[in-house]
Design a protein around this ligand. Structure first.
Ligand SMILES: [Zn+2]
Length: 273
């Protein structure tokens, strides 16, 4: 499932173009076609078909795990969920299986939303606020400081793993980057948030930023989903490395289930105190 670094990588490719693939900003929408109507969360299909044509892509950005195409009037929000992917294709390319939405431009290109498992969603909204108001801070944003993280941890009484996965606590983390960040911080996934010391909060803040920055630098991780091109999966320290030696201390990595999510950690580096 794509997390912040994977979504950021897709946003960057759409923003800047790559190879023969054009950058989206500056392109004007000609029309759109849904192959699976439930991909569209909002508005109605009719309204979507009416509002989108003629709008120009001004900006491509990311908030948490949402990808945003800001148009000259509205914003197209896309959440890839389990298996979604965005592709820029030639206007006459054959329509691949699992394409759920095509946005065609006044240029020989189209944007395709491909989603085999159909969990991905698209919104066309005049403001992003309604959706983004409930999201926690951006972990790579300036306002997300170690002090800010510490105060937020103190306000909750929850185990670290599920808390970090909670998008209203912090936006963009999923199973991979949470496990990796907790390992860098030397914190047990079941530790309670309000028992974290200021020094531990600082290590967690550093760990979160480090793994996300490295993930982005490596174009994300190619694992569990259709996304291709990233190689951060070759640098995991604990995620899906059960039984392999911890790269720091050599102790075999263990796996437990926390809130129905497989959780990987080193019992030596991340003791449960
Ligand atoms: Zn270790």
């Amino acid at each position: 499932m794509p997390e912040l670094p994977e979504v950021e990588t897709i946003a960057r490719n759409l923003r800047e173009g790559s190879g023969i693939q054009p950058a989206l900003p500056g392109l004007r929408v000609r029309d759109a076609h849904l192959f699976w109507e439930r991909t569209l969360a909002c508005p109605s299909v009719d309204e979507f078909y009416q509002r989108l044509p003629g709008q120009m892509v001004e900006k491509v950005w990311r908030r948490g795990k949402f990808l945003v195409l800001s148009l000259n009037q509205d914003h197209l929000l896309i959440h890839l969920r389990m298996s979604g992917d965005l592709l820029v294709e030639g206007e006459h390319d054959p329509v691949a299986p699992h394409h759920r939405l095509l946005v065609r431009f006044d240029a020989p290109y189209r944007l395709a939303f491909n989603d085999p498992r159909k969990f991905g969603r698209v919104w066309l909204l005049d403001s992003t606020e309604e959706i983004f108001l409930s999201l926690g801070p951006e972990p790579l944003g300036e306002e997300f400081t170690a002090d800010a993280l510490y105060s937020r941890l103190m306000e909750r009484h929850r185990q670290l793993k599920p808390l970090l996965l909670d998008q209203s606590f912090i936006a963009g983390l999923g199973n991979i980057y949470t496990d990796e960040a907790l390992h860098r911080a030397g914190l047990h996934p079941l530790m309670l948030s309000d028992q974290v010391s200021p020094e531990q909060a600082h290590r967690l803040w550093e760990g979160i930023r480090l793994v996300l920055e490295e993930g982005i630098r490596r174009n994300g991780a190619s694992i569990d989903w259709v996304y291709r091109g990233g190689d951060f999966q070759n640098y995991f320290r604990v995620y899906q490395r059960t039984g392999n030696p911890c790269p720091v201390c050599g102790t075999p990595v263990e796996r437990i289930v926390v809130g129905q999510r497989g959780t990987h950690y080193c019992p030596h580096c991340q003791p449960f105190l």
